[in-house]
Design a protein around this ligand. Sequence first.
Ligand SMILES: *Cc1c(COP(=O)(O)O)cnc(C)c1O
Length: 344
Amino acid sequence: MVPIDLRSDTATRPTAAMREAMATAEVGDEQRGEDPSVNELCERVATLLGQDSGLFLPTGIMSNLIATCVHCEAGDEIIAADNSHIYHVEAGGGAAIAGVTCKPVRTERGIFSIDDLNQLRRMPNNRRPHQQLVAVEQTTNRGGGAVWPVKDLEMVCNWSRTNGLKLHLDGARLFNASIASGHAPIEYAQHFDSAWICLSKGLGCPGGAVLTGSEQFIAAAWRWKHRLGGAARQVAGLQAAAGLYALDCHIDRLAVDHANARLLGELLSASSDIDVMPIETNIVLFKIAQRRASSEKMQLESKLRDRGVLIGQESANSYRAITHLDVDEDQIRTAAKEILQLTA
Ligand SMILES: *Cc1c(COP(=O)(O)O)cnc(C)c1O
C-alpha cells in the first residue's frame, strides 16, 4: 500500500497530465540559454513576481545560496528568522561557499518586525560584520506555514532599504501565501532585490526553482549557477515544462491543500492531549501534551509509519504534517484517525 505521506509537500509525484506536458516539451541546451521551455518559464515567473528577469535552478537551496553569493561578500552578515530554511537546514551553505554569517532573529512563527530589526542592527564600524541582506520566508516553513501580512512585509522592506540592506525573498511557498491571503504574488515579491519560487512543493513538480531579480542580478546569478554546476542541458526543459503546466493547473488548487490542513487540525483538536498550532496554509504543527508524552507516546512517528501514515518529527513531542496534491480528504481523515488512536 502506498503510504499517506504527510512529511512534506515535496512528496508529490507528477500527474499523468504533467508527465504528458514533460514528454511533449520543446527542449534545448539550457546552459546556452537555448531551452525554449526554460526561457518561457523564467519570463512567466519574473512577470508574476514583478521582477525583470528569471533564472531556472535545480533546487530552492541553490536559489538561496546563489542570492547570498550575489548580494554578499565574505564576512557579511545575513539577517533571517531563527527557524528559517536558509539558516537552519541548508548545511551552512552561505558560510561554506559565500563566507557569510547569519544573525538569527528570534521568532515564534518566522515573522519578524522592525522592532526586532532595530534591536539587532549593528552600527557600521570596522569591528563588526557588515550587515548586508535581510532574508524573508513566505510562507514560513518551520514557522508552521504562517503568511507574512503585506503590511508587515512592507514595513520590514522599507526599514531594510532605509538602512541600506538588500532584500531576499525565499518564496518556496509564495503561491500558498497568495492563495490563502488573496494577495497576488507580485504584491509580496516586488519589494525584493531577489525572489524565488519552488516548483517541487505545492506546485507538484518533480523539482526545480526559479530565481528572479533585476537584469544585473540575474547576470551575476548565471555565473554562480554555472560555477556551482547548476547549469543544465535538456533536462531543465523537461522540468520547466512541468513548471509551466503547474503554473496553469496547480496554483488555484492549493486552496484544497489548505482546506485539508484545516480539516486535519480540526480533527486532531478533538483530543485534549493534542495541541495544534494555528493553521494558515498547508502546514500543520502539533504537540502531544507533556503529561501524555510518555516514552510510548513519543514513538508516534514510528508507530504511524507501521500503519502507513508518514509525518515529520520536529522534537520529542512535536510533529509536522504537510498537505499536498497527493493526499485527499479521505486520506486526511484516515491519518487523523490513526493519530488519535495512537495518542488516546
Ligand atoms: C523546501 C524549501 C527550500 C529548499 O527548496 P529545495 O528545492 O528543496 O532545495 C528553501 N526554503 C524553504 C522555505 C523551503 O520550504
